[in-house]
Design a protein around this ligand. Structure first.
Ligand SMILES: O=C[C@H](O)COP(=O)(O)O
Length: 227
């Protein structure tokens, strides 16, 4: 089976900067995602730190995203993520505007456009229904709605604030049928993911519930067990 194709429902695991998902641990976690994807048949993608991308794309087959790309061209920029180098490292997609790395609307627009030109898919993170609508007008492949106060809380958005997920799906689909909606924040169990899909989401963007689990591979299998 092909585990490197982007199909929904999708699980995107953001490795952030947890030590449990950095360096050697990042590679091991990516391998857990790979075997969970093979076992379950569900697409599982990873967004590791820039320093871990090349190694992971060399050693696994899952789709890899950048955590952020800067709106820059090659040249005199220090400490930035250049899209061309990210592609050379093996990314297939990118997160943009995560609540821990917010961007200006005009910069999001610019990076979505340069991603499309290079066949890289974009997942624009948003905090509510209104910003999701604004993001969808820029035509990204995905919008991921995440109330920031629930991030890392263990309280799942799909159960605690279902109206945000449902409202985002309804409004985004009204203005752009091609953009898929994901939800994130506090998601960790099969019930959370099931609730997200029931509300019309095409998948989840998550982090701590899996990264900090005693057994991340088991947690991933549990996450998709009710689909
Ligand atoms: O990118 C992932 C989100 O910020 C969700 O994080 P969390 O699963 O730790 O709440």
């Amino acid at each position: 089976m092909t585990i490197n194709k982007i199909k929904t429902p999708i699980v995107i695991l953001n490795f952030k900067t947890y030590l449990e998902s950095s360096g050697e641990n990042a590679l091991n976690l990516a391998k857990d995602l790979e075997s969970a994807a093979i076992e379950s048949g569900i697409t599982m993608a990873a967004a590791p730190q820039a320093t871990d991308i090349f190694r992971i794309t060399q050693e696994t087959d899952i789709p890899i995203l950048a955590q952020h790309i800067d709106p820059i061209n090659p040249g005199g920029h220090t400490g930035s993520n250049l899209i061309d180098c990210m592609i050379e490292s093996g990314i297939k997609g990118t997160l943009l505007n995560h609540s821990e790395k917010r961007m200006k609307l005009s910069d999001i627009d610019e990076v979505i456009k340069s991603s499309k030109e290079r066949d890289v898919f974009s997942v624009v993170c948003t905090n509510n229904i209104e910003t999701s609508v604004a993001a969808a007008t820029l035509n990204p492949e995905f919008v991921a709605v995440e109330p920031p106060e629930l991030i890392g809380s263990g309280i799942p958005v799909s159960q605690a604030e279902p109206e945000i997920v449902e409202g985002t799906v309804a409004k985004v689909k009204k203005i752009n049928k091609k953009t898929e909606v994901l939800c994130g924040a506090g998601i960790s169990t099969g019930d959370d993911m099931h609730a997200a899909l029931d509300l019309g989401a095409s998948g989840v963007l998550l982090a701590s519930g899996i990264i900090l689990a005693d057994n991340p591979k088991e947690a991933l299998i549990n996450l998709v067990s009710k689909i």
